[in-house]
Design a binder for this molecule. Structure first.
Ligand SMILES: C[S@@+](CC[C@H](N)C(=O)[O-])C[C@H]1O[C@@H](n2cnc3c(N)ncnc32)[C@H](O)[C@@H]1O
Length: 277
């Protein structure tokens, strides 16, 4: 794994993550033998609008049970599992963080989902043959990737011709710089945002054709409209994405709110297709 990714990997490497989630479930009175996707949803869907967005993207993707889909930057696998459960497709998730992949595997075992598997690796060096997957699913990972073209070309390489790739991505906007920290980065050394049109150009250069391109910034802004500046000790729920990236999550959410309101970040969803040969 390239050493320049180490600080990003460290950011996404909390201690004892699986056990902390299990303790949280316990405190909430959940029975581990009958745990559901919904029980995990407060902690395992680490993207703007969480499960509501996942369900909309599943409808957009039109993946079918015979397909094998690659989830690039899967985190602890919340949307990976939801995608498989709802469509019946087989899904392989990859992520840079070994801590996240270990947790993803153990949660998936708890749910006895045999069509979902995980590997720890970089999205820039996927350990798969050309044309291995029927489609790709990638939710809010691009922000940590400096070389977008290398990542997107690598993604395009592993899809079969005619395959569809779903992207749900935070991009830059008219104004810079960002307020830090944000949920995906402690500081500017880990955050690489392109304005939406430049991100779209990179997709095309990597070999994709754009089938759907929707600006979701207004929805993101509404989702964060009530977030206020944190005061005093953090008031954290039993389960939440702070378990993934630290107790300063309220400051990160507040900065995301400001960045959205001040047109420093935007949110897009896209369906990109690898042309049939
Ligand atoms: C904001 S989280 C989103 C996780 C997941 N897609 C979700 O929606 O719950 C970003 C994820 O991208 C992963 N990531 C960042 N850079 C990566 C890279 N170069 N290769 C693979 N994963 C990466 C991080 O480890 C993290 O899990």
């Amino acid at each position: 794994m390239a050493s320049d990714l180490q600080h990003i990997r460290s950011y996404y490497s909390p201690n004892d993550l699986y056990n902390r989630i299990i303790e949280g479930l316990d405190k909430l009175g959940k029975n581990l033998a009958t745990i559901t996707l919904d029980d995990l949803q407060p902690v395992d869907e680490f993207h703007i609008r969480g499960d509501a967005a996942t369900r909309e993207l599943i409808a957009l993707a039109k993946f079918t049970p015979d397909m094998h889909i690659l989830d690039v930057g899967c985190g602890i696998g919340g949307s990976t599992r939801r995608l498989s459960r709802q469509t019946g497709c087989r899904v392989t998730g990859i992520d840079l963080s070994e801590a996240y992949i270990d947790t993803a595997r153990r949660l998936t075992r708890l749910l006895a989902m045999e069509r979902v598997e995980f590997h720890a690796c970089s999205a820039l060096e996927l350990p798969f043959e050309d044309r291995s997957f029927d489609g790709v699913w990638s939710l809010q990972m691009n922000m940590n990737v400096e070389d977008k073209l290398a990542w997107l070309a690598e993604t395009c390489r592993v899809i079969k011709p005619g395959g569809r790739a779903i992207f749900y991505e935070v991009c830059g906007n008219k104004n810079t710089p960002l307020h830090f920290p944000v949920p995906w980065a402690q500081d500017s050394s880990m955050s690489f945002l392109l304005p939406p049109q430049s991100f779209r150009d990179q997709l095309t250069l990597a070999g994709f054709e754009i089938e759907v391109w929707n600006d979701k910034t207004d929805l993101a802004r509404s989702a964060f409209s009530d977030v206020t500046a944190p005061v005093g000790e953090p008031d954290l729920p039993i389960l939440g994405v702070y378990l993934l990236v630290g107790d300063d999550i309220q400051a990160k959410a507040y900065n995301l709110h400001r960045n959205l309101d001040e047109e420093r970040v935007s949110l897009i969803e896209a369906v990109a297709v690898k042309p049939a040969c």
